[in-house]
Design a protein around this ligand. Sequence first.
Ligand code: SAM
Length: 317
Amino acid sequence: MLSSNPNYLRISVTDYCNLNCIYCKSRDYLHLSREEVLSFEEIAEFVRLTTEWGIEKVRITGGEPLIKKDILILLEMLREISALKNLCLTTNGVNLKEFAPSLKKIGIDSVNVSLDTLNPGKFISITGKNELQNVLDGITTARDLGILVKINVVMLKDINDAEIIDFLRFARDNSLILRFIEYMPVGKNFNEEWFLSNILVKNKIEDYIGLLEPYSIFNSESSGPAKYYKNSGLIVGFISARSEPFCSNCNRIRLTIDGKLHSCLFSLSEFNIRNALREGDEQEVRRLFFQTCESKKYVCDGLEDRFIPVSMSRIGG
Ligand code: SAM
């Protein structure tokens, strides 16, 4: 049972991606027509409304948001919503170098970069593209501009789990916040054999650098499912949907590019706000928003026996 209404909205602005990660397989595209897709004005209006109903934080995700050249227009529109406290973005980093100065200018609060390996060959085998150097350049450019950058790593057994310590060194050397995200049963290519518990990842880190102390400044209500720890200057977060289910603390809802609200990645019900939004029917948008929040209270208590057959990029990872 959820303690309070969600305050964090994740918006998928495209289901397309310029990478094709083995565990995400984002090429499971929806092929939507222009008509079916929410316009930036519609997204901004929805965000404006939801800030009146409790939303404080918005994350732009996808698919890959930085393949959309006009994404800055949407970010500017959202930044102008004064009630929105936190505006952030999740990217694979391939185009981050080019976008970082504009993101800084707009005043983005943070950028999460997904990076699963520091090895150029392995990067190609995981993502299908030779883009590691571009991602690394994007990370350092954003960081040097003063943008808060968090690195999100999905650890997969026998694929990249030999790199846990390399990632620690990378984060420490580059003053970055590192987060380990547990592989979740999402997408047609889900392979249980790749699952690696964050308990093992944390143990391995502690064997190497010593005890990780809970980091209370980061473990605020708005941090949602991530649990943060600190060890001499290094901040490490764990998002452990399977080994430590966080459904009762989850503060997120998701909006897809075609206007469907999801209370949870694993919920089969969706609430389509597109028509109501287009017709300017604020009462109906409000009703659907609160119905989504209400359904969140009864979603689940962990991911045991749960599997969602569509890719993360469709729902907004
Ligand atoms: N393109 C952007 C990016 O790469 O960050 C945003 C979309 S991507 C779907 C968002 C995140 O979802 C990435 O960090 C990716 O690693 C993660 N992801 C995809 N499938 C996942 C799964 N089955 N379990 C856990 N994380 C997953």
